[in-house]
Write a protein that binds this ligand. Structure first.
Ligand code: 5AD
Ligand code: SF4
Length: 464
């Protein structure tokens, strides 16, 4: 039997359990899915929600639900600390509702030390699983309700990609789509390759047929997701390049906008730039993580490009696609980083003129090569360097932001503005936000908006 079929049988079993528990309580069981971390986790959470809904749960926002699941992130330590802090709160809810179930999954659970700590100090948790067996959630749900003890099911890796399980999308008009899982790059600071496993690409036909059915369902914007989309398809039995995949996605009727995340500079091909340049649907936005502007640090990070190579790439992209918006990730405080290295990073920020940059303080992740490096930078120096870089990032972004003022752009209307009545919030192709007067019937539609005023990180506008 195919794995998906097995899981659908477990969904039927889960449904009976949920019916039984609901009857006992005299109301429907509620669930709350809370996501930490990146777009990949957000997409995984839609899969968790899909299964919970199919089993008969009603999803709520509040965490004092009958079942709470945390989809965790471990890329930096502060994400882990937030989970531990909130588990204490969940325990309080559980004392009031002893039937409550607490589940943990995602990247943080792939770390042995985390599991040890939860077993010891958070024994009220009911179910723990990891990133490789998320497709077994229905089965684990049933096992959890049949057992008194904490269930822990962590796999070290998998080559399985299970297709066609239920998904509950957060937005009716836009969706993420996994095109690959895992990462083979082993940047020396990064824990992702250890918790998400080796790179596996989905078959192009599976991806295209998922997108076709999303388009039929009213989705107009898609985001192709992978840790390193530029190496998509290299290990398929019939290799397909990422640029080729994009060309095929572009042909799908109903899809108006295509985004993707994340690109590794070392693998970004001329073919991709060409496809982007001639595309009517691929958004004029590229997230191109720099991490550091110092060639010495880049080498220690195992990024496999130099400062000069990155600058040349950014220049080439800007030349070919002048209206593109470039964003990036930067790490400050990597072992051995001196003020001179920080100045190199600042130099790149000024030369590339990013529209936005996510700046992180280096976080030591156990098991990564960088954690064992000698010259770790002290906290005070990191904070000082961080503040300086952040200021440059903000100034550059501010300079860039106003450049579209007065122009007419297409915006996908995403929601009502929660602060000001009568205003709608739309997203431009370059990922910036515009607020403009409109009706909520516009949600999910792409409209033309004149950008009348720039307010720093967003625009005010009027529909035309
Ligand atoms: N410390 C700080 N930032 C990190 N990132 C990944 N690992 C670490 C770490 N150990 C950042 C990188 C990556 C982003 C998703 O998170 O900048 O691009
Ligand atoms: Fe981590 Fe580097 Fe892979 Fe990105 S490319 S997930 S930073 S190892």
């Amino acid at each position: 039997m195919k794995e998906a079929q097995i899981q659908y049988e477990y969904i039927e079993k889960a449904k009976k359990i949920v019916e039984r528990e609901s009857a006992k309580k005299g109301r429907k069981l509620t669930c709350c899915v809370n996501t930490f971390g990146c777009q990949m986790n957000a997409r995984d959470s839609e899969k968790l929600s899909g299964i919970l809904k199919a089993a008969g749960f009603v999803e709520v926002e509040e965490e004092n639900a009958d079942l709470v699941i945390y989809n965790t992130c471990t890329v930096r330590d502060n994400a882990n600390q937030r989970v531990y802090g909130r588990l204490g709160v969940l325990n309080g809810y559980k004392r009031k509702n002893p039937d409550m179930k607490i589940c943990l999954c995602g990247c943080m659970m792939q770390e042995a030390s985390v599991i040890e700590k939860i077993r010891k100090s958070y024994s009220f948790v009911d179910l723990i699983f990891g990133t490789h067996n998320i497709f077994k959630f229905a089965e684990l749900l049933v096992r959890m309700y049949e057992s008194e003890d904490m269930i822990v099911d962590i796999w070290q890796d998998t080559d399985q990609i299970v297709e066609e399980l239920p998904v509950e999308r957060k937005y009716p008009f836009k969706s993420g789509i996994n095109i690959m899982f895992g990462c083979n790059n082993f940047c020396s600071y990064c824990i992702v390759p250890y918790v998400r496993g080796r790179e596996r690409s989905r078959e192009p036909e599976e991806i295209l047929s998922e997108i076709r059915s999303l388009a039929k369902d009213g989705v107009v914007e898609i985001m192709l997701l992978g840790q390193n989309v530029n190496s998509y398809g290299k290990n398929l039995s019939e290799p397909v390049s990422f640029a080729e995949l994009l060309k095929r996605v572009e042909e799908i009727e109903g899809i108006e906008r295509i985004r993707f995340m994340t690109s590794h500079p070392k693998d970004l091909s001329d073919e991709l730039i060409r496809v982007m340049k001639h595309s009517k649907k691929i958004c004029r936005h590229l997230h191109l993580p720099l991490q550091s502007g110092s060639t010495k640090i880049l080498e220690a990070m195992n990024r496999r490009y130099t400062k000069e190579q990155y600058l040349a790439l950014a220049e080439k992209i800007r030349k070919e696609i002048p209206d593109i918006s470039l964003t990036t990730d930067i790490i400050i405080g990597f072992p051995g980083e001196t003020y001179e290295d920080v100045c190199d990073t600042i130099d790149v920020i000024k030369k590339v003129e990013y529209d936005n940059a996510f700046t992180f303080q280096y976080s030591k992740r156990t098991g990564t090569p960088a954690a064992a490096m000698e010259d770790q930078v002290d906290k005070e120096t990191v904070t000082r360097h961080f503040d300086e870089v952040l200021k440059v990032v903000q100034d550059t972004a501010k300079n860039r932001a106003g450049r579209l003022k007065g122009e007419i752009h297409q915006a996908l209307v995403e929601e009502e503005n929660d602060k000001e009545q009568g205003l709608m919030t739309g997203r431009l192709g370059n990922n910036m936000i515009v607020h403009f007067p409109g009706e909520k019937e516009l949600i999910g539609k792409i409209v033309s908006v004149r950008l009348t005023e720039c307010m720093g990180f967003y625009y005010l506008g009027e529909m035309i």
